[in-house]
Design a protein. Sequence first.
Length: 111
Amino acid sequence: MEDIARAGDGNEAMNALFSDETAQTFNKVSDTPGPDGILAKFIDNADREQMQKCLTVIFNKSWVRGSFIKVWKQEDRAVLCKPAKEEYHECTGYRTVSVTSCLGKRLEYGT
């Protein structure tokens, strides 16, 4: 399957490398850092042209290899009480919130 996907066969749009898509990811992801500790504000406030080049290189390497960087899959998860619930001894009285890497979110947003 991987060889077929990389070969093209009419799927050039799906096999194309990242270029301008990384520019669309600025100021689009949460400011809360994931387990990697990288702040979205750090990326958003950096020199836009240089940071876009860096992100494009990183995203293209991941895309060509056909893998998602493991650290970007990790998450910090919190369990929160839902407001105005009377029964907190039931699972339905809670919800989970997951925070992942802003780099992984940017890659997903750009695709």
